[in-house]
Ligand binder design. Structure first.
Ligand code: ZN
Length: 324
């Protein structure tokens, strides 16, 4: 690693509900990585952040980047939930049950380095713009379709999260005012319809109601084994129940995307999270529907809808580049 002496070494840390992924990043490449368990319910935030710093120090040592280069190391941390990047505080994170944790200060206590913080979807969006699905673009929106629906907005290659903290929660924009109750307290949020969780709930219900559905055949009548791939596979083979579930899902997601397009008119909309594994099967259909919903679409200018290129690494890579 001697050739890199003098270069800035970047650490990207992506905190998840189950694991924390730490990567040593150079440009778009994660050249070494470490994973530790989150266990946020059985230890204090202080203890967990100390473990993160210890694992980071080990990763640097293993790559011969310990003491002599510590001044050149920058650390970016991506965390789910509402964060205050300016103050370096995690205000509230449901996934890891944290409230008002000064993560940047606590991390710096363990390791003297420049440390920055961002929401995880924001960091992933930055990663995709710098090195992934939106490389070469300046303005992009990322929607992660996973347990919930996360949103990241990049304007002029920078994360935009509003003036007040907690902005750009794109999953909590309402698409049906009389709709289902969301965990945030409102009804009809995009998240309630467009998350992977929502897709699976709808599919399980449809499969249970339609005994002859291929979805039941493909999961051998064990609906706990039903997954997104099975639902899309069943649809491809002409299964009506699966087709209805996916049609409803795509229509709701299209409404959400068109709303976002009408506000931001980005160059590209990137879909991440579990559902995005369907790639073109999903995006081609969404592209058609969204085109009909965008303001002034008949005059052109509907952004491309694409799927994530960096996948699960987007958060690490984006976090590593939070500090210029
Ligand atoms: Zn909501």
């Amino acid at each position: 690693m001697g050739k890199d002496r003098g270069l800035k070494m970047r650490i990207g840390i992506d905190i998840g509900g189950m694991t924390i992924k730490i990567g040593l990043v150079e440009g778009a490449d994660i050249i070494a990585r470490k994973v530790i368990e989150t266990n946020s319910k059985s230890q204090t935030p202080e203890a967990l952040i100390k473990n993160m710093a210890v694992a980071t120090a080990e990763l640097l040592q293993e790559n011969n980047l310990a003491e002599d280069s510590s001044a050149k190391i920058t650390v970016g941390i991506a965390c789910p939930g509402t964060v205050d990047p300016a103050k370096g505080i995690v205000l509230y994170s449901n996934n890891i049950a944290w409230e008002d944790v000064p993560i940047v200060a606590l991390f710096k206590k363990q390791m003297p380095a420049a440390v920055a913080l961002a929401n995880d979807a924001d960091a992933a969006a930055l990663g995709e713009v710098l090195y992934g699905a939106a490389a070469g673009k300046n303005n992009a929106i990322l929607l992660t379709l996973g347990t919930g629906v996360g949103g990241g907005v990049i304007m002029n290659k920078k994360i935009f999260s509003g003036y007040m903290r907690g902005g750009c929660e794109l999953g909590h924009t309402v698409i049906d005012r009389n709709g289902k109750l969301c965990t945030c307290g409102r009804r009809g949020c995009l998240e309630v319809y467009a998350s992977a969780t929502a897709l699976m709930q709808a599919a399980r219900k449809a499969a249970a109601e339609q005994a002859s559905s291929l979805m039941n055949v493909f999961c051998r009548n064990d609906l706990s084994k039903l997954n997104g791939k099975i639902v899309f596979d069943a649809q491809k083979q002409g299964d009506m129940a699966a087709a209805r579930v996916i049609d409803e899902y795509e229509e709701n997601l299209s409404i959400g995307i068109a709303n976002i397009v009408n506000i931001f008119r980005p160059e590209v909309v990137i879909l991440g999270g579990g559902v995005s594994a369907q790639k073109e099967v999903l995006t081609e259909e969404l592209q058609k529907r969204v085109a009909g919903m965008c303001f002034g679409a008949e005059h052109g200018d509907v952004p491309a809808i694409v799927t994530s290129q960096l996948g699960n690494d987007a958060g690490i890579i984006g976090a590593a580049h939070l500090i210029d």
